[in-house]
Design a binder for this molecule. Structure first.
Ligand code: AMP
Ligand code: MG
Length: 337
């Protein structure tokens, strides 16, 4: 094995191979697996088995018309799942896969309605996690996998998160350690002849443009075509309030005056903040912030905060994806440009 698989405790490669085969057998039986990827943990099923896919929707309590991402082992499998693969898709796959990029393409006739929510398109991705790739290689087919959380809740970034939320629903849970990226993949729609970002992620629009030489449309529309785009999503119990750094003291004073249990999520603690205010530290680089974001939102819930004030990240590159998740956690829809 070229890369460590991560996860709780050191396992021999024989032990890891046995876990992988358990997961593959569960998939073949139509079961559900907890699958580590570099973005977030997925709830996986055999994408070509409609009954297995139906179990994903039941476990997540997710509306059946919300499409799923099909995970593949190799880019060339795109030609099986999509009926047309434009040059830009091959270029993006070559440059970014395995990695945090999902391509939306016209679906082929073998794709089940259960996977696409009846849409004429299919979402495809090759994930960059050694365990996910081993499972995909042994399984051979596509694995449909949305994030392994209940509908509208925070995506899991550790095996323990999956255990806590859906532990009784998965037949096999693979522990691949904490997710390296920590937020969901960039989703790009290539089905209409242009490049449209439906969900910002670790691969920025500028990168997509550079790879393909095509202009990228970043106008994100709230629509059922892309349920990650619902106004309320990735939400903790606490009310999330994204504000600029300089407004934190004012917002803190207001929330404390109304008796709310309030905390702050930010890279640094401000000098003027009251000493007894719970502070949830968030890494200083955008990559660290993305990696830690969902763990911190879960901590806010464990602390039973009513309100979580969040210092809004910058709006370029990965910051754009972070703002998107925060604004949706706040139930405010798309982040302002
Ligand atoms: P999740 O992994 O839970 O974030 O869900 C998968 C994401 O992929 C959702 O945000 C879907 O909207 C998106 N998705 C999957 N298939 C399609 C498709 N055919 N068209 C647009 N978005 C899709
Ligand atoms: Mg999700």
């Amino acid at each position: 094995m070229s890369e460590p698989v991560g996860g709780a405790g050191e396992r021999s490669s024989a032990a890891v191979a046995a876990e992988v085969m358990d997961a593959v057998r569960a998939l073949r039986r139509g079961g559900l697996i907890g699958l580590p990827t570099e973005t977030v943990y997925g709830l996986g099923a055999d994408a070509s088995n409609p009954q297995a896919v139906a179990r994903i929707f039941a476990a997540k309590e997710r509306p059946a018309n919300h499409p799923l991402i099909v995970h593949l082992h190799r880019p060339r499998q795109m030609a099986v799942w999509a009926r047309a693969v434009p040059l830009a898709a091959w270029e993006l796959a070559e440059a970014c896969w395995p990695g945090p990029l999902t391509l939306i393409l016209p679906r082929s006739s073998m794709v089940a309605d259960a996977v696409t929510g009846g849409l004429d398109t299919v979402a495809l991705r090759v994930p960059a996690h050694p365990l996910a790739l081993q499972v995909l290689e042994e399984f051979g087919g596509g694995i449909a996998a949305p994030s392994a959380n209940r509908h509208k809740k925070i995506s899991p970034t550790t095996a323990q998160d999956v255990r806590d939320e859906l532990g009784d629903k998965v037949d096999v849970l693979l522990d691949g350690g904490p997710c390296r990226v920590g937020i969901e993949s960039t989703i790009v729609d290539l089905s209409t002849g242009t490049l449209r970002v439906l969900r910002p992620g670790a691969i920025a629009a500028a990168e997509l443009q550079q790879i393909t030489g095509l202009a990228v449309d970043q106008t994100i529309e709230a629509s059922l075509r892309c349920p990650g785009r619902m106004d309320l999503h990735y939400a903790p119990q606490a009310m999330v309030l994204p504000v600029p750094l300089e407004q934190v003291p004012h917002e803190l004073a207001q929330q404390m005056a109304r008796g709310a249990r309030v905390g702050v999520l930010s890279a640094q603690r401000g000098p003027a903040w009251p000493g007894n205010i719970p502070w949830l530290p968030l890494g200083t680089s955008p990559a660290e912030q993305a990696q830690q974001l969902y763990q911190r939102l879960r901590e806010a819930d464990r602390m039973r905060l009513d309100v979580l004030i969040v210092v809004a990240p910058s709006d370029d590159g990965l910051g754009c994806a972070l703002r998107d998740r925060l604004w949706r956690a706040a139930g405010r829809g798309a982040a302002p440009a």
